[in-house]
Structures are given as C-alpha cells and as structure tokens.
Write a protein that binds this ligand. Structure first.
Ligand code: PA5
Length: 396
C-alpha cells in the first residue's frame, strides 16, 4: 500500500487557489497524454514471457556465478535501482554486476580481475544498440571472453537485449546469440516492465509480483496528476529544484532512476524542475544546512519505505527511532518553509514497487505535459551522442 501526503499548502508556499488553474486543465492533459507516441508502457503487462525469462535465468545460474549487465541510462538505472533495493547489504549469493555506465578505467580493470576466476554470463542492453559506452564495454568484455571461452561457449554466455536495428542487433544476428527485446513504442526510461529490466531483475526479485503491482497501478493516475500539479505550482513560486529524499542508503539508485525519469522527460525548451537527491540522515549533516536555511529554491519529496527492525539500541527499537527522525526532519523543514511531499510505502515488496513505478511514470508524463514539452524524447542526450561520435572518429 502507498500513502500520498501532499500537504505542501501547510508551508503556505502553494495555496489551494494556485492549484486551481492546473486542476482545470486535467481533461486537456489527459487528452494530450492519450495522443502521445511512445506510451506502449501504459497497458497491462502480459506475463506470457515470464516463463521464458525464468528459464533463461535458471540456465545462467547453472553455468555462471554472476551476471554482468552492460547498459546505461534507461537500459541500466531501473534494474540497478530495484536490484539494490532488494539485495542484502552483505551477501555472498549470486551477484548481478553492472558496467557500461561509465568509462572508468579503474572500474573496468578491477572488473576484469574479478572475472578472471569466475564463470559468468553477459546481458548487454541497449535499445538503439549503438550507444558508445555500451559498445566499448561490450567489445572489451567480449574480447576477454574470447580468451577464456570457446565460440560455442560464448554463444551460451551472451544475451543481447535490443531493438530492431543497430550495432547490437546485427551482432546478435551474425553470431546467433540469444536475444531479448525492447518494444519500439517504449523509450529507455519507461522500459522498466520490458525484458531490459525484467531479465536482470528475475535473479533477485519476484517479477510476477512486480508486474502485478504495475498492472494494478493504472489506478494511480489520480494521485499522479495531483503530484504533477503540485510540482508545477511550486515551480511557479520559483521552487525550481526538487530534492528526492530517502532515509535508506540502499535506495540511492532508485532516486537516481527518478532523477533520470523526471530530468530527461521534463528538462527541455528551457523548462523543467531540476531533480536532485539526498540520503538522510547522512546528508542532514551536510546539505541539511542549506535546505533548512539557505536559498529557498527547492522543495522536497520524501520516499519513505516503512521497515521492521530487529535491532534495539538503548531499549528502543531502531525502527521507532527512524520513524521519529523522519517526522522530526519533516517538521524542521516545514519550519524552514520548505514544502515536503510525502510518499510512504508500508512495506518493501515487489507489488508495492510495481505500483510506485507506474505512479512515477504517469507523474513524469503529466508534469512534462504541464510544461508543454514532449515527455518521451531526449533531444539533448542525442546532441551529446552525436558529438561523442564525431570526437571518437577524430581519435582514429
Ligand atoms: O531514457 C532514454 O531513452 C536514455 O536514457 C537511454 O536509455 C540511454 O541513452 C541509453 O540508450 P540505449 O538504450 O539506446 O543504449
């Protein structure tokens, strides 16, 4: 279950009458949304493919001790976010490791050292199949595999998730590698319920429950619109930064995913709210000062997942301490005239995360449409991709 508490009005930053103009726009925004291309994610996800995904996962577990996922942006953040959320901090179970999301030589050389004595499978994920970071990491890892495994073995150990054209599509076709797909009408950051995420997630999550929550999440449109108009009204009051807050370090990547979802959907034509993030209580001892008393350009959205704790400190359950801290921070920030939106999940499970993901998809789409920008393209990212292609050609 998820509770939404958007009492931004408590701080008097946004008043009920400020919201009215956007409330009146609801039908118009819903109509624009239905007319958008790339809303293939807004339908019931079928579970037909689940058995195939699970079968592949079991095969990988038989011959590998880890899965190496190569991806960036929308082909990486979502699955890494949920993987971290559900993984134990210190575990020696089957690992999913990610690469391709940076060009860190330190990371890649340490990774190769780790892979030397391990049997592993690679899942390379790119909708376009052409993204530079992914191609480079893939070519490095494939070269490494060619020294370790026979061509026949490599066929068992490379799984390509891509669209219907591009470098990786051709690579899989030529070498007869196993493939998974990303539908044409779903963009990277909205692809959480496609093979791009469901396959890597099948290693540590119940993906059927995730899909079930996501499918039920269709009813979240109402809350998503409410959140979207509050964000839009806050922006009108010069609150141009949204600080996503978690009190659990394991959820840091989920917030990174949110930053991509909103930043890439909304930040166009000189518009949009800049998403940032903090992990509390860690950052209360750093950015907490700015939030409480600094330039009043930001508002906050707390993502709180209630947990049970077995730990008692000084005869008090750690869970109760955490809950008290959440309330204290919220009240302190209200006192500093910082608007706080509150999204509370009663328990971390796959079903609830499916609901939450659908809520955020709708919110990002509606918020973008309220800014009169297309939620589903990323022309700014394409500029970078084009420039890097030119620069790399000059290196040859
Ligand atoms: O959301 C998006 O569309 C982007 O962030 C892409 O996912 C990212 O640029 C990676 O693209 P691709 O999956 O084509 O390699």
């Amino acid at each position: 279950m998820i509770n939404f508490d958007f009492k931004t009005t408590i701080t008097n930053v946004v008043k009920e009458e400020d919201l009215l103009q956007y409330k009146n726009k609801k039908n118009e925004i819903m109509e624009s949304f239905q007319k958008c291309d790339m809303i293939g994610w807004d339908k019931n996800v079928s579970t037909d493919n689940i058995n195939h995904i699970k079968q592949m996962m079991k095969e990988v577990k038989k011959n590998s001790s880890l899965l190496l996922v190569i991806g960036i942006g929308g082909s990486f953040l979502g699955s890494k976010a949920l993987y971290d959320m559900f993984e134990h901090y210190f575990s020696d179970q089957f690992k999913v490791i990610y690469c391709g999301y940076s060009l860190s030589s330190n990371y890649l050389s340490d990774l190769l050292k780790l892979l030397k004595d391990k049997d592993f499978t690679v899942n390379v994920i790119s909708k376009s199949g052409n993204t530079m970071e992914i191609k480079l990491a893939y070519n490095l890892i494939k070269g490494f595999m060619q020294e370790k495994y026979s061509e026949e073995e490599i066929k068992q150990r490379i799984i390509v998730t891509t669209g219907t054209s591009g470098y990786l599509y051709e690579e899989a076709r030529t070498n007869n590698y196993r493939t998974l797909s990303i539908p044409d009408d779903i963009g990277g950051r909205y692809s959480m319920m496609t093979d791009a995420h469901l396959f890597p997630l099948s290693f540590n999550l119940d993906i059927e429950q995730l899909i079930s929550g996501y499918n039920d999440g269709e009813v979240m449109k109402k809350e998503a619109y409410e959140y979207a108009i509050i964000r839009r009204s806050l922006f009108d009051k010069n609150k141009i930064i949204e600080n996503y807050v978690s009190f659990e370090p394991k959820y840091e990547m989920f917030i990174e995913w949110l930053k991509q979802l909103f930043g890439e959907s909304e930040g166009k034509n000189g518009k949009g709210i800049f998403p940032t993030s903090t992990i509390f209580t860690r950052d209360l001892h750093s950015l907490g000062q700015f939030i409480q008393e600094g330039n009043k350009i930001l508002f906050e959205t707390f993502i709180i997942v209630r947990q049970n704790s077995e730990i008692n400190i000084d005869n008090t359950n750690l869970n109760n301490i955490n809950n008290a801290v959440v309330d204290a921070v919220r009240n302190a920030h209200y006192k500093g005239n910082v608007a706080v939106n509150f999204i509370e999940i009663d328990k971390l499970n796959e079903y609830n995360m499916g609901l939450l993901i659908r809520f955020f998809f709708y919110s990002a789409a509606f918020s973008s449409l309220l800014f009169e920008v297309n939620p589903f393209d990323q022309p700014g990212v394409e500029v970078y991709k084009h420039e890097i292609k030119k620069s790399l050609e000059n290196l040859k």
